[in-house]
Design a protein around this ligand. Sequence first.
Ligand SMILES: *Cc1c(COP(=O)(O)O)cnc(C)c1O
Length: 715
Amino acid sequence: MTNPSNQNSHLHERLHALAQNLWWAWHPEVIRIFTDLDPHLWREADHNPIAFLNSMPPEQIELRASELVLHSRINYAFRRLNEYLGKEHTWGSIHCGNLWSRPVVYLSAEFGLHESLPIYSGGLGILAGDHLKSASDLDIPLMGIGLLYNQGYFSQRISKEGWQGEEYVDLNIHQLPLEPLLDGNGNPQIVRVDIREGFLLARIWKLQVGRIRLLLLDSNVDGNSEEDRQLTSRLYGGNDRTRIRQELLLGIGGARILQMLNIIPGVLHLNEGHSAFAILEEVRRIMQDDGIPFDRARRRVSLYTVFTTHTPVAAGHDRFSPDLTEEHLGVFRETLGLSHDDFMALGRVHPEDKGEPFCMTVLALKNSRRANAVSAIHSDISRRMWHALWPNRPEAEVAIGHITNGVHVLSWLAPQMHKLFETRLAHNWPIRMTHQDIWENIAAIDNGELWEVHQILNTRLINFVRRRLAARAERLGDQDTIQQAESILDPDILTIGSARRLATYKRGDLILSQPDRLLKMIADPDRPIQIIFAGKAHPQDNEGKKILQSIIEHTKNPAVKRRIVFVEDYDYNVARHLVQGVDVWLNTPRRPLEACGTSGQKVVLNGGLNLSVLDGWWNEAYNGRNGFAIGRGGMHNDPNVQLQRDAEYLYDTLEKEVIPLYYDRDADGIPHQWVKRVKNSMISLGWLFNADRMVRDYALRLYLPAAAANSAETV
Ligand SMILES: *Cc1c(COP(=O)(O)O)cnc(C)c1O
């Protein structure tokens, strides 16, 4: 027999080891262990296993583990983690030859990996997080670099009047799976970037995402001015000055970390322009190491630099005034031997225009081997948008291709659906998810079985929303809502979810534009609908906050019978509940401004249907039988006309297609035609719109050619 105290010390070690690698976050069997130990505390800890384990006295953990016979499950999970980390014959080991000596370095201003690590704001961050997780699953030699925001983005608190307030809380670094990067003497490694009026310093934290290492720069160190200690406090906070300083740290600081670690990048992947200064630091390094002039070094760096652009919205591209740029990059520019004008030219569309600001996207586009957009339609728009950079080429030959985004399936798939996939797709389906044929097995699943799993998920979502609404009502002292919380929403009603950043072009309130028509659908005695909204407005975006306020106004109308609700504080956790439990996912951006959109892809996996404008990924995904389209892909120069037309299409589609199909029930109570459409959606889209397919595309089409050109040049 094993000695019990020995067993218990193993228990602690193993639980902590599991908590230290974010691998747990996409393995439901590990999450289940934490939940089973104490469901209430687990929720209280915001699903942060380190905070959770710290909050439970060791004796209590042991007691619970014994009561629930968790030891073997913990041992099994621990073994699975080690098998995962040590696995051979992976996709990457077979396909990524060149990259094993010189890895891909993936830079991004945000990473959305889990709700307990709030260093993301929205789609861009979630995409970066999903990219790392799939790179880990596929075993691609890749390292991430980003910033550690000590106060994250923000927590949304909506007042009684419906106005968004922002709450910032300091992260507790000791409750996160972060380890400081130390030098040989055990002192923290510090990155330094000189500017005109001094310097910026940052320490570096290491985070393990499965097999992938993510390094995060943090300016909160001794030696920085008080102001600069706060520099990396908030994501997208402050002004241009904050922004350029953050980007100096991310780009130049990030590339300097590589030098500290003696890593020579095989590929530099800039996820959005925020990190584009990394190009310049790589140029500086090569000029110094190889003693070659700026132009040659620049050409060499561009051989292995890959750039992904993420937005067709002009304001989404950082631009810095010549003065601000000179103040922050003047010192660095001198090390490159460039004049102010030569330097500014790197970030200008028209170098001769001395008033033009320095644009990070321009820097990235002019100095990368390949640039890509994130959906087919987005690459068309991007080529038009940046045509002026290559005035002698026809627009169609502007070198911006596309790799459509996908989502990390195991992070977004509900455990209940996971179980169904395991028995029905194939036992090893996660490593074969990009194969179309395994998804075809969905066709054979019994409609009733699939519907039942979906209904369970829908009920879970409704319970979650009720809890969230009750919590907000408690805060506001809203007795009515507290008392009625249990009767808000109904699992037998068609549930529409709509959650996204409340930016004006996303038109999150389009469905509210004809209130009478909406009210009629909501209050229909036989075939009613209910809508769950969520989303944050940027703290400085008053227009976005007004959209939010108008949604909140609607939720208060007694005539809607509590069938329109708004869930506060849209984050990873809220998103997971929503995408897993809705019947219909509504997306109404102003075409063509949605670069890709990924939330609808999460819905596909969990058996919901998309109802969306034909923009971004949906423009290439919709086939007439796997969801619903709003309109036919039209556009109009006048945004108001476009809005009215799209609203008309939206109501028509709801009234004539979506609602009738959902309520068309057989004697068994199952909407067979609806379920058929759900199956079409999973079969036609699951294998394509996932992050494994996306990362493989990046590897085969961009990383490997870039790495080959890089090594041909340097051998
Ligand atoms: C998936 C996700 C997004 C991106 O979704 P869009 O379709 O681009 O709106 C944004 N925020 C969160 C929290 C998400 O999970």
